[in-house]
Design a protein around this ligand. Structure first.
Ligand code: HEC
Length: 198
């Protein structure tokens, strides 16, 4: 008796598709339209996010944030673009930073509380944990300010949000790797695809 391997179902489907596709061009059209649709969905999302961020930010919070941003200026510079240290920069720009502007506030909060482990010598400075030096209100104000100045625009961050993340990170002293932080961000295109799946 000869045992033949079963035909893979996807091969059957693919064969069928190839057989039908040339005679039935409609099958291919949705595929061609998809990028256009994804682009439209992404633009729609961008507009809704922008509207959500239009909610007014307390000027008192911005003031407290600006005063306390002095701590960050030593490395990120007065303009947020990174202070020059000879041919190097002390720190990267935070203008347009995905980590700072993440929709999930726990990303930038975690950076301030835990710091970023130094893995390369690109920058002269180091993003040390700052949670010990600054209380929840000040950290929230600094982030709200940084997220809404230098041309940045993102939602405000509250002291309650900082307190929650501080609690979650209690006892964790190791600095986070950049890759760990980046893994907290939504995957590329996730937002654009979400409405298409509905
Ligand atoms: C002693 C220098 C120093 C100070 C002070 C400092 N940072 Fe940093 N910061 C760095 C360095 C260096 C990096 C880059 C770390 C890496 O990726 O290796 C960084 C990275 C960051 C990032 C991630 C940016 C990105 O997209 O890569 C944010 C956000 C940030 N810092 C915010 C702040 C804020 C807000 C303050 C003030 C409360 C602050 N930092 C104070 C040195 C500093």
């Amino acid at each position: 008796m000869t045992i033949r391997p079963p035909t893979k179902p996807e091969n059957v489907w693919y064969g069928e598709w190839k057989r039908l596709a040339p005679q039935w061009p409609a099958i291919q059209i949705p595929e061609m339209k998809f990028p256009l649709f994804a682009f439209a969905a992404a633009s729609f999302c961008a507009v809704s996010v922008a509207n959500a961020e239009d909610s007014p930010i307390d000027p008192e919070v911005m003031k407290l944030g600006q005063q306390n941003f002095a701590t960050c200026m030593a490395c990120h510079g007065a303009d947020g673009k990174g202070l020059k240290a000879g041919p190097m920069l002390m720190a990267p720009t935070i203008v347009g930073s995905k980590l700072l502007l993440a929709e999930d506030p726990s990303v930038p909060i975690t950076i301030l509380l835990r710091g970023i482990a130094k893995e390369d010598a690109k920058y002269a400075g180091m993003m040390a944990p700052l949670g010990g030096a600054l209380d929840d209100e000040k950290l929230a104000a600094i982030l709200t300010y940084a997220r809404n100045t230098f041309g940045n625009s993102a939602s405000a961050i509250t002291a309650e949000q900082v307190a929650k993340i501080r609690k979650e990170n209690e006892g964790k002293t190791a600095m986070l790797k950049r890759s760990e932080l980046e893994a907290m961000l939504p995957k590329e295109g996730e937002k654009a695809e979400a409405p298409a799946a509905e």
